[in-house]
Design a protein around this ligand. Structure first.
Ligand SMILES: O=C[C@H](O)[C@H](O)COP(=O)(O)O
Ligand SMILES: C=C(OP(=O)(O)O)C(=O)O
Length: 452
C-alpha cells in the first residue's frame, strides 16, 4: 500500500463527487490550514486495534454493530442526546452478545457524521404558495438546514465546528464507556425508563436479569473482571468532504504512515466509490480500517477492482464491504458479489446496511422506511451468506436513542399518519429506541440460528 498521501490540490483536480461549491475559496483554505494544526481526535494505534477487530468480524469470530444518526447536527451535541444514543447501542450490543452468543464490535456512527451526499443539488419547496428552489442541505458540515437562501450557502467555517462537535461527542463517549456508565452491572439501569411501557423493554429486562444472575455467580466465586466495567467503543463516519478529511490526515509517528485521525473507521459512500475517483484515491492511502458501500448497481468486477485498489495487500480487517441493496433486491443481487469475491480469495468483512435501499416517500410526504423491510434485508443478508458458507459480519443502522417517529411498522405499529408526531431527522429516517432494540432481538435470533 502506498504511503504517500496525494496533496489536496491533486484530489481537487480529480473532480470529487458530492462536494459543496464554496463561494469563498480563501475562507476554505483558512479552515483547512486551521484544521491541519488541530490535535488528532483519535490515536492511530486505536485504529489498528479496530482493524484487528474487523479481521475477527471477517472470520465470523465477532459481529459488528455500527449505528447512529443519519446526519448528526451541531444542535444535537448535548449530554442527553449522546447518552441516549450510546445507551441504546449498548443495549443492542448486550442483546446481540448474550442473545446471539457472539462478541460484538461496537462502532458509533457518531462524532463526525456531519456531511451528506444528496440525490439533487437543489431542493424546491412551496412557501406561502410560492415555489422556491435553494441549494440542498448537505449536512451541518456544509450548510444550514433552515430553508432560507442565507442558511443554505456552503460555509467553510462549519468544518471547524465539525471538529469541535466531534471532539465534544467523543470526549463524552470516552468518559461514559470507561468511567462506569457502560459497566455490564448497569444493564438494568439502561432500561429503567421504558421497561414498563414496552414489550421489547420487558423482553430486555428478562435478558438483563439472566445476565445479572450470571454475574452474581461470578462474583460469588471470586471473579470480578475489570472487563465488565468498560467497553471498547469506536467512532465512524462517511469521509465525504475531502477538504476536512485530508486536513485531518496525519503521519503516524510510529509507522510513518497516513491515518485519518478524525474517526477510527471511515467509509466511502455509494455515490463516491468510482474506481478512478478522488475518494478512492484518498482512501487507498490511509491506514484506518475502511468501508465501501455497494448498492444494486455494483457488479462483482466492481467489487474486485475496489478491493484490489483499496486493499492491495489483502490485509484482513482493512476493508469492509457494506451492502445496501434493499429488501426486495438483496437475495438476487448479493450472491453474485459474495461468490466471486470469495472465489478470488479477497479478505473482506461483509456488513449489511438495511436502511439505504429501503427508503421511500410516504403518502403524506415524509421520507420513511418500513421496519419490516429493514428486518427483511438483514434476514436476506444472513440467508445469502449462510447458503454460500460465508460470514454475515454485521449491521450498519441509522438509529437514535429517542422515541422519534420516522420509520413505520415494528412492534409499536407506527403508521404513516403517526410519522408527523415526532419526525426529527434532517435527512433520512432512523429507527427509534424501541425499534432498535427489536431489531437487535431479531438479529440475535439470526445469529443463534446460524450457531445451531
Ligand atoms: O443518507 C443518505 C443520503 O444522503 C440520502 O439518502 C440522500 O437522500 P436524498 O435522495 O433525499 O438526497
Ligand atoms: C449516504 C449513505 O449511504 P449510501 O452511500 O449507501 O447511500 C449513508 O450511509 O449515510
Amino acid at each position: 500500500m502506498s504511503s504517500t498521501l496525494p496533496d489536496l490540490e491533486t484530489l481537487r483536480a480529480m473532480g470529487p463527487a458530492q462536494q459543496p461549491t464554496y463561494p469563498d475559496r480563501e475562507a476554505v483554505d483558512a479552515a483547512v490550514t486551521r484544521l491541519s494544526s488541530m490535535p488528532p481526535l483519535v490515536f492511530a494505534g486505536e485504529c489498528d486495534d479496530l482493524t484487528e477487530k474487523m479481521a475477527a468480524v471477517s472470520r465470523g469470530e465477532a459481529f459488528l454493530l455500527q449505528g447512529g444518526d443519519c446526519a448528526e447536527t451541531f444542535e444535537g451535541v448535548t449530554a442527553d442526546n449522546v447518552r441516549n444514543k450510546l445507551r441504546t447501542l449498548l443495549q443492542m450490543a448486550v442483546v446481540l452478545t448474550y442473545g446471539g452468543s457472539m462478541p460484538v464490535v461496537k462502532l458509533g456512527r457518531m462524532a463526525g457524521q456531519y456531511a451528506k451526499p444528496r440525490s439533487s443539488d437543489l431542493e424546491t419547496r412551496v412557501v406561502d404558495g410560492e415555489s422556491i428552489t435553494l441549494p440542498a442541505y448537505r449536512g451541518d458540515a456544509v450548510n444550514g438546514f433552515e430553508f432560507t437562501a442565507a442558511s443554505r450557502i456552503p460555509d467553510p467555517h462549519r468544518l471547524l465546528d465539525v471538529y469541535n462537535a466531534s471532539a465534544a461527542t467523543l470526549n463524552l463517549v470516552r468518559a461514559f464507556v470507561t468511567g462506569g456508565y457502560a459497566d455490564l452491572r448497569q444493564v438494568h439501569t439502561w432500561n429503567t425508563d421504558f421497561v414498563r411501557g414496552s414489550v421489547v423493554g420487558q423482553r430486555y429486562e428478562q435478558l438483563a436479569s439472566e445476565i445479572d444472575k450470571a454475574m452474581s455467580f461470578m462474583t460469588a466465586i471470586g471473579i470480578s473482571p475489570e472487563e465488565l466495567r468498560r467497553v471498547d467503543f469506536h467512532s465512524s463516519h462517511e469521509a465525504l468532504l475531502l477538504e476536512y478529511e485530508h486536513a485531518m490526515t496525519r503521519i503516524d509517528s510510529r509507522t510513518e504512515r497516513p491515518y485519518n485521525v478524525s474517526g477510527h473507521f471511515v467509509w466511502i459512500g455509494e455515490r463516491t466509490r468510482q474506481l478512478d475517483g478522488a475518494h478512492v484515491e484518498y482512501f487507498r492511502h490511509i491506514r484506518n480500517p475502511i468501508g465501501c458501500k455497494l448498492g444494486p448497481s455494483a457488479t462483482a468486477d466492481d467489487a474486485l477492482a475496489l478491493a484490489a485498489r483499496l486493499n492491495p495487500d489483502n490485509e484482513p480487517g482493512r476493508l469492509t464491504f457494506i451492502t445496501r441493496f434493499g429488501a426486495g433486491k438483496i437475495r438476487d443481487g448479493l450472491p453474485g458479489l459474495v461468490e466471486k469475491v470469495t472465489a478470488e480469495g479477497v479478505s473482506v468483512a461483509w456488513v449489511c446496511d438495511p436502511m439505504h435501499g429501503n427508503t421511500f416517500e410516504a403518502s403524506n410526504g415524509f421520507k420513511t422506511r418500513r421496519f419490516e423491510d429493514v428486518v427483511g434485508e438483514v434476514q436476506g443478508f444472513f440467508d445469502v451468506h449462510r447458503s454460500l458458507g460465508t460470514v454475515p459480519g454485521g449491521i450498519l443502522v441509522e438509529m437514535t436513542g429517542d422515541d422519534v417517529t420516522e420509520v413505520i411498522g415494528g412492534g409499536e405499529e407506527l403508521t404513516e399518519a403517526g410519522l408527523a408526531h415526532r419526525y426529527e431527522s434532517v435527512v433520512d429516517p432512523r429507527l427509534n429506541r424501541v425499534q432498535s432494540l427489536e431489531l437487535a432481538f431479531h438479529v440475535a435470533e439470526m445469529l443463534r440460528a446460524g450457531a445451531r
